[in-house]
Design a protein around this ligand. Structure first.
Ligand SMILES: [Ca+2]
Length: 230
């Protein structure tokens, strides 16, 4: 019976049946089947099953947050860091099933035209992966190892490059390293970046805040003493 309202919608809009995708996906939604095969950690070793990565979009400029920009970002769909927003979170699995020996990310990203502020067609996409993060929602802190990748070119098997596709379209975005016969250099899929530790300047600010709090403490004790005396 679920099919009835959909059929009615098709008649009203005059849209060909072929444009209606799987249930739960509205006509104007963007869908991207994303796959990235054989990313590696900082040593060039295969990631372990369960390690997380995310696909992000930059909604207002052409650059993505890197390094310290990622500090305190929560690793969940819909979270913004600056003007960049996380569209999908994936975990490493054995692509092609157990025994294939090929590890990577694979999943579907779907969003509607008004799901994310300022996200428009042709906004840039970028993928990040975190060899040591396995819990969705993790807050990224200093010292976290990560890699990031995007390309303006459409690589083999893909229908789009790393740009937001048009509303209502279904797309493939595949990234396959040379180690699995793809056309992306292995070195580009190595996690060779680190979220920096807090700088000495920010530590000074924290120390100053601590000193201020310490100065306030005796005063509050004085108030308590005055209350008791009163
Ligand atoms: Ca940006």
């Amino acid at each position: 019976m679920l099919a009835l309202p959909v059929m009615k919608k098709i008649c009203v809009l005059g849209v060909p049946l072929g444009l209606v995708i799987a249930s739960g996906v509205a006509l104007a939604d963007v869908t991207v089947t994303f796959q990235l095969a054989e990313p590696t950690d900082s040593f060039g070793q295969e990631l372990t099953v369960g390690a997380l990565g995310f696909l992000a979009a930059s909604t207002q400029d052409d650059v993505f947050g890197e390094g310290a920009d990622l500090m305190n970002s929560g690793l969940s769909v819909g979270n913004f860091y600056g003007d960049d927003v996380i569209l999908g979170v994936f975990e490493v699995e054995e692509l092609g099933g157990a025994g294939s020996g090929i590890f990577g990310f694979n999943g579907l990203v779907t969003y509607g035209p008004s799901d994310y502020a300022n996200l428009d067609e042709d906004d840039r996409f970028q993928f990040y992966w975190f060899p040591d993060v396995t819990t969705i929602g993790t807050t990224l802190l200093g010292g976290e190892s990560y890699g990031s990748y995007r390309s303006d070119s459409i690589t083999s098997g893909s229908t789009i490059a790393f740009f937001a596709p048009a509303d209502g379209t279904t797309n493939n975005l595949f990234v396959n390293s040379e180690s699995v016969g793809g056309d992306v250099q292995n070195a580009l899929l190595q996690a060779n970046q680190v979220v920096p530790e807090p700088t000495s300047a920010s530590l000074l600010v924290m120390a100053a805040a601590g000193a201020l709090a310490a100065r306030r403490r005796p005063r509050s004790r004085d108030c308590l003493a005055a209350l008791r005396l009163g």
